[in-house]
Design a protein around this ligand. Sequence first.
Ligand code: CP
Ligand code: NVA
Length: 306
Amino acid sequence: MNSPVESAPHHIFADDSLSVAEQAEVLELGLEMKRNPIRKSLENRSVAILFDKTSTRTRFSFDVGVHQLGGHPIVVDSGKSQMGKKESYQDTGAVLSRFVDAVVWRTGAHQNLHDMAETATVPIVNALCDDFHPCQILADLLTIKEKKGDLRGVKAVYLGDGANNMANSYMLGFTTAGVDITIAAPEGFQPEQRFIDRAKLRADETGATLRVIGEPDVTGADVVITDTWVSMGMDADRDTTALRRFQVDEALMSNAAPDAVFMHCLPAYRGSEVTAGVIDGPRSVVFDEAENRLHAQKALLEWLFR
Ligand code: CP
Ligand code: NVA
């Protein structure tokens, strides 16, 4: 909105919307953001922050983050706007582009983002959809960078629902960073081949390894990760019996590297995908991970306006 857009905006729809070099730049900026949080990079800019699904971390971190960058955040729940009901995403994209400088959007179908992008002349940032959660992955990588130093060669294992948005984003975003990622999930919960193929392109570029296995094996892992067994929008009565053996408990953690950390994007369900002993225990970094949403997303926004 501030300046005329002369080229297509850089949308962040998935973890490979940033190249290998671009992701590294954003993560470096995230560390700098944490050291010097109050900035002017979004001065006189407004950001629409839209939610079709519930949120705690994403809502607060984007709202506070835009404020700390000197910008104006406008947080709207979909139920309170015309979008998607009385008005198409295409019309919404055209209208919002006349008012704001970026759109941050949590929605359901990934296609919705592309529909809005048909008309939007400002960047659209995916704040979670059914297929990806790229902002969370930037925060996770920032956390691993802080805890482990160099990202390349770090071994991460994600266990549980390997077919959800987080698993797809771990495959794409971690391979981009050069982190070796294993998805451990039972049959029926493994990632779709199209997402594996897409992540393999990044793995080939960075030399990261990408594996999908059917056993809850975390031998030698530096990072152990899980997520809810029932994501937003899924049937609450979904049969998750097959996932029980993939629960992250103390016994499983004892097979990981001695200094392994436990990560979870939150919200977490103690007693399902993780035991209270692990998530509330000494190896858990989940609240550092949550805090890093703020720093990583501020870095992403500042980078987009450079
Ligand atoms: N991890 C995450 O995106 O949390 P919220 O659903 O609370 O935003
Ligand atoms: N897979 C989870 C992530 C929540 C941040 C969901 O989509 O509900």
